[in-house]
Design a protein around this ligand. Sequence first.
Ligand code: AMP
Length: 416
Amino acid sequence: MEQFEKLGLCEHVLKTISAKKFKKPSEVQEKAIPLILEGKDVIAGSATGSGKTLAFSSGIVKYTEKGTGVRGLILTPTRELAEQVAGAMSELSYYKGLEVVPIYGGMSMNNQIKKLTYADVVVATPGRLLDHLQRNSVNLSKVKFLVLDEADRMWDMGFKDDVAKIVKACPKDRQTLLFSATINSELEDFSEKHMKNPVEVSVESYVDASKLKQIYYDVRDDEKFSLLVHLLNNEKAHLVMIFCNTRRNTDFVAKNLNDAGISAQAIHGGMEQNKRSRIMKGFDDSRVNVLVCTDVAGRGLDISGVSHVYNYDLPLDAKDYIHRIGRTARAGAEGIAINILASRDYNNFMNIQKNNENLFIERVMTPQFKKIYVKFDSPRRPRGNFSGRNESRGGNFPRKNVGHGRTHRNSSRNRH
Ligand code: AMP
């Protein structure tokens, strides 16, 4: 606790930290909290799992008086992240009694309008918050703290203009904190325009290489699913996340795993929020221990105890690979990332290795496994890698092209 006290955190936050039995501050907390509490604008390189929520909440909880309007505004790229951050902030501000309100699409507008009348802190996705601004159902004129969480992802998802409009509705006299796994030139432009002498804080990779093992198997395109089933049946796992590049693949894998007797749930941006929340609850309660997801759905989910991350498809973006494997080997636990590679994944795999030179992904012998026959829902078999709709997020937002739908000539009719 002493190390947390030294950072200058208020007693309310310290009480929560003590209740949560955190032993020492994470790197981003150690570096960013003193600056934030001094009132500096901060740009922090960090990602999910780094402890960034506590870092950016520290100033908001310390300096916000209850019932004085919306003082803290946190923008997040996804609904899941908004919900997760709002939950964490409610805990951190529990002893101060702040009202933390999550605002995102897919939920009742009226209910949100009611809550916005007494919110102290709003955690929002840009699209829905902009709807509220246009209806005058939110007042941002009292905002003292503006946080952009996972800013790179927000830009990737096409929220740049929405964010700019929201920033304009906030007072100039505010503190701005930008958290992002990567800082590109567009984010630099943003910081030049909207931040005051920001201090940059960078942290080491959040993947603990000593705890995380990364391996890959080479298989034929039509053997991927069979190997996946074999590994799931033979590896001793606690919670498993399987990543696919598209919504269609996610549904395909989850459905066929269930048919193969493995209880799995798909989660992706095309689902209603209530359904996603229900799925997450089942996963939290360990009723289901295999979650099949896309990058968008997987990112931001705060799930502890993931022992295995599978890449059923290798992501096109090398950053997504780091985010995926960062879901395991967290908080000192061990984890393994298993890549199932077929010819259609090689380009992406090479790109990932090129962009992350210090990754060590070991090739392992492919074991003997039983062929599994798979079923497709659609009348027409998806091409090559079953790259249906590219996953980006639900709604009418610009999509980043993450697909690589090459047809593989040797793929067989009904094996996968
Ligand atoms: P975040 O990166 O903010 O999403 O935090 C990731 C997870 O780490 C959450 O479950 C936090 O409760 C947890 N956490 C945050 N700070 C610490 C810490 N100093 N020690 C241990 N766990 C932490």
